[in-house]
Design a protein around this ligand. Structure first.
Ligand code: 0O2
Ligand code: 0O2
Length: 209
């Protein structure tokens, strides 16, 4: 295991990341509320967030052979936000919303929807530079935002749990099934997009009731 003493106090180090996650969750949940208050389809279904633990940061550094001085470049998801959407179109609407904000800077985008990962993983990733106000002044922290549909989230969640058991070394049969499941999730998203307008109308009527 990699030495962890290049950080004096991990809880002090991680605190601004925690603050960034809490602030962003609140802001994103408010976007949803605003849309709903205006009786509009909310492109955000729900938001989750977490700060990576010390153990998980060190593990990622070990696996990827990241030196301590490169930690902030190599581990961009110490603060992680996940935004779940109903439809693929919503993902791009949310991305646009985030790009037009001036409370943080979008540093980079990785579109694993247009170019899914070999594993079958699909999501839209954004890396942000988010300023948090601390007792000693402003600090800019890096936050990874993953935007995905419920179907993409379903696949990624299952694959992630399986990975605990197989450590990326899947038996051929499971790999094949995961690939098929990823395609099925993608097709589900495509089908849902096609009937999106009808679903929207149904939701509107349901909400009114
Ligand atoms: P609500 O009103 O229940 O939706 P915290 O404990 O403060 O760190 P939080 O937000 O409570 O943070 O927990 P986390 O783990 O970041 O996010 C979980 C949120 O995602 C919860 O919402 C869950 O209700 C919501 N969630 C999880 N799965 C689903 C789902 O399938 N559909 C929907 N609509 N929401 C889901 P909150 O924040 O407790 O608020
Ligand atoms: P956690 O907290 O366990 O989810 P690179 O792979 O070098 O291009 P990097 O830095 O790994 O880029 O970032 P990437 O791939 O854009 O995003 C990494 C995160 O995306 C992962 O975090 C996962 O959350 C998610 N992810 C990426 N690929 C997959 C996949 O094949 N399956 C699943 N389930 N999730 C994936 P971590 O580090 O695994 O952390």
């Amino acid at each position: 295991m990699i030495e962890d003493n290049f950080i004096d106090d991990w809880s002090v180090f991680l605190a601004p990341y925690g603050q960034a996650v809490e602030e962003l969750k609140l802001k994103l949940k408010n976007i949803r509320k605003e849309f709903l208050a205006q009786n509009r389809h909310a492109p955000i279904e729900f938001v989750t967030g977490r700060v990576k633990t010390r153990e998980s940061i060190l593990e990622k550094m070990e696996i990827r052979k990241i030196n301590p001085e490169d930690m902030l470049i190599g581990v961009q998801d110490i603060a992680g936000i996940r935004i779940m959407c109903q439809f693929v179109e919503d993902i791009y609407e949310v991305a646009e919303l985030l790009m037009n904000r001036n409370d943080f800077k979008v540093l980079l985008i990785r579109d694993y929807i247009q170019n899914h990962k070999p594993s079958g993983y699909r999501s839209y990733h954004m890396v942000l530079e988010y300023p948090v106000q601390r007792a000693n002044g402003e600090m800019k922290v890096i936050v990874e935002v993953q935007i995905r549909t419920l179907a993409m989230n379903f696949w990624a969640t299952i694959e992630h749990s399986l990975n605990y058991k197989y450590h990326n070394d899947y038996p051929e049969e499971i790999l094949r099934r995961l690939e098929r499941a990823s395609e099925a999730a993608f097709m589900l998203d495509e089908e849902m997009s096609e009937i999106r307008d009808e679903i929207r109308e149904a939701i509107r009527i349901f909400d009114k009731k």
